[in-house]
Design a protein around this ligand. Structure first.
Ligand code: NAD
Length: 293
């Protein structure tokens, strides 16, 4: 069984970003990323902190905007308008989920598609549907595909079963892998909460992707011998033996599945590492596109 480690593949993406940053610097450009956090959800805070740290470490101009959960829709839209108009900012990411009184849909639609490095604006999703590479692809699906490419795993003609149909992960990854090109050309099945006899479907997968949000949901019986397994899930569970009393696990029961599969991504240290790397890559590309380099 091969372990597909996110950290080492993310390093390849960061090396590309650094080369691009050096080239941009020569012509007086510096990519800028603004990350907007509303409220004080601990997981969202941790994600935003990690994105901000990585931006700075790479040499991006990083802006972290924190707003209270009580912010109104109009006030939040005004923050987006300001970032859209700011020439130092090339990428805008609003950390989801937003508090319930806010419309994330309206907020995403307000972001300038050229700065939508999270790839969730209808213009970018439309380009994904059309297979137009000028758009931004959501970071987690882009990261999953890059992991497969860098690990030398063939996707053309393979059956990919994705469990989960969210726009952020499952549905976007399905489009990406069904599109033509490197890391694509797959035959894709999307399974979800209404799928009947899930295990019978997942067992036909050459590549199985778990994006459900239920700890250890996919077990031994869901996986065909020799399959490749990509675990997108990040779930915190109680574990008395862990230092903090909790630990992170994926949607896949790693111990049970790793005995059967040909390759698998760990949690933590798998897809999560790639999500941040692809955000950096998208921001650098947004800057290049604006600078027309
Ligand atoms: P979501 O809640 O939006 O979507 C979950 C999907 O799972 C839904 O489409 C639903 O139909 C499906 N589902 C729910 N119950 C099911 C069941 N019993 N059987 C089959 N399908 C079922 O979640 P999401 O945003 O897509 O995230 C999924 C997981 O990935 C979560 O654990 C999340 O934390 C994680 N995630 C990780 C990263 C990363 O960087 N690694 C990024 C985003 C999300």
């Amino acid at each position: 069984m091969k372990l597909i480690e996110g950290a080492s593949i993310a390093e390849i993406v960061y090396r590309e970003c650094l080369a691009s940053l050096a080239e941009l610097k020569e012509t007086g450009h510096q990519p800028g990323l603004a990350v907007v956090l509303v409220g004080d959800d601990p997981a969202s805070k941790a994600y935003v902190g990690a994105k901000d740290r990585k931006s700075r470490e790479l040499g991006l101009h990083s802006v972290k905007i924190e707003k209270p959960a009580s912010i109104s829709q109009e006030e939040l839209l005004a923050v987006i308008d300001q970032l859209n108009a700011d020439p130092a900012i090339h990428g805008i990411l609003v950390q989801m989920p937003l508090p319930r009184h806010l419309s994330s849909d309206e907020v995403i639609r307000r972001i300038d598609p050229a700065k939508d490095v999270d790839g969730l604006h209808p213009v970018n999703l439309g380009k994904l549907v059309m297979g137009d590479p000028s758009g931004f692809v959501p970071c987690t699906p882009a990261g999953c595909q890059r992991m497969l490419i860098e690990s030398g795993i063939e996707t053309a003609g393979k059956h990919v079963v994705i469990v989960g149909r969210s726009l952020l992960v499952g549905k976007s990854l399905a489009l990406l892998m069904a599109n033509k090109g490197n890391g694509g050309d797959a035959t894709v099945t999307i399974a979800h909460s209404r799928t009947v006899d899930l295990a019978a479907i997942t067992r036909t997968a050459d590549i199985l992707v778990g994006a459900v949000g239920i700890p250890h949901y996919l077990g031994r019986d869901h996986v065909r011998e020799g399959a490749v397994v990509i675990d997108v899930g990040i779930n915190r569970i109680v574990d008395a033996s862990a230092k903090k009393g909790t630990r992170l696990v994926g949607d896949v029961d790693f111990d049970a599945v790793s005995e059967r599969c040909a390759a698998i991504t760990p949690v933590p240290g798998g897809v999560g590492k790639m999500t941040i790397a692809m955000l950096m890559a998208n921001t650098v590309r947004a800057c290049r596109q604006r600078a027309k380099i």
